[in-house]
Design a protein around this ligand. Structure first.
Ligand code: SF4
Length: 291
């Protein structure tokens, strides 16, 4: 019974959060530069573990060379590597981009397939990338969870409701990362800490991308556990009103990038502070001067 009450108040809170975002910025948009569906897809692939600014620098200068699968295919892996060489993990990303171009030419008439199931089969395209692509290109009601979204949601107090991912899923996710970081030792996994936004290592694959739920977590009374991008996505579908799903990730990404920054969140100027578990929690902690 208490679960129902808690669920209802959590939905109300997330509805208010979305209302506030809408008031500030009714039409949030991606900051990645693109001119065609294909150039957007490869910009999103290139942006994994890299900033939009660094990707835009490359794509704006080379857009006419990479705006179709045929052009990318004729450039070949070496040509694509040369273009993306300033981007993190460019060797594997270039390989994925050329393989994706080939698949699109062979199977999709050189068009980007606009279905989640088909997108996630493409090399270098995971759940987040597929959601971002569908969100931007078709306005689909999907929520993409990146490091900013994970951090902001965690600070706001969202915790997972879905069952914790199995170890097998976590290992699969770790292996995908290992593919991006081929020089890492198999016994030590590299990942990006979603809260501190810095590169870290872990001996335990199941801890990859996990984040401790905050003390003042939503879903009081629900089973708690570490939150990862997929759990976070499902938790957001459970609490954010559907009319906001197509804009929710851009709002959360922009909020994480410019306000709720990894190292120095701008809480005093944040419109969400009265709803934020992390901010409310910090008020109840004694300040250093009280010691
Ligand atoms: S109040 Fe602070 S921690 Fe909470 S969402 Fe805003 S910036 Fe982030």
């Amino acid at each position: 019974m208490s679960h129902t009450v808690s669920k209802r108040s959590t939905r109300k809170k997330w509805s208010t959060i979305m209302d506030l975002f809408e008031k500030q910025n009714p039409r949030p948009a991606t900051e990645l530069f693109y001119t065609t569906d294909f150039s957007f897809l490869i910009a999103v692939i290139a942006s994994a573990q890299a900033t939009d600014v660094s990707v835009n620098k490359v794509t704006t200068q080379n857009i006419t060379a990479i705006d179709s699968p045929q052009k990318v295919w004729s450039l070949g892996e070496d040509g694509v590597r040369d273009i993306f060489k300033s981007i993190n993990a460019y060797k594997n990303k270039s390989k994925y981009i050329v393989q994706t171009a080939a698949i699109l030419i062979e199977q999709y008439n050189a068009e980007v397939p606009l279905s989640f199931e088909e997108l996630i089969k493409l090399p270098g395209v995971g759940r987040k990338t597929a959601n971002v692509v569908l969100n931007t290109l078709t306005n689909a009601s999907r929520i993409a969870v990146d490091t900013h979204v994970l951090r902001v949601c965690s600070r706001l107090g969202l915790s997972q409701t879905a069952k914790q991912k199995s170890d097998e899923d976590c290992v699969k996710q770790a292996e995908m990362k290992m593919d991006l970081f081929p020089n890492s030792s198999k016994s030590v996994f590299e990942y990006v800490d979603p809260v501190l936004e810095c590169s870290r290592t872990s001996k335990y694959a199941p801890l990859l991308c996990s984040v401790s739920p905050s003390q003042n977590s939503d879903f009081e009374g629900f089973e708690r556990g570490p939150m990862n991008p997929e759990n976070c996505e499902h938790a957001l579908y459970a609490v954010v009103p559907k009319r906001y799903w197509s804009r929710a990730s851009n709002w959360l990404i922009l909020h994480g990038r410019y306000v709720c920054k990894a190292r120095k969140p701008q809480c005093e100027s944040c419109v969400l502070r009265e709803l934020c578990a992390s901010y409310i929690g910090s008020l109840s902690k004694p300040s250093k001067s009280e010691f």
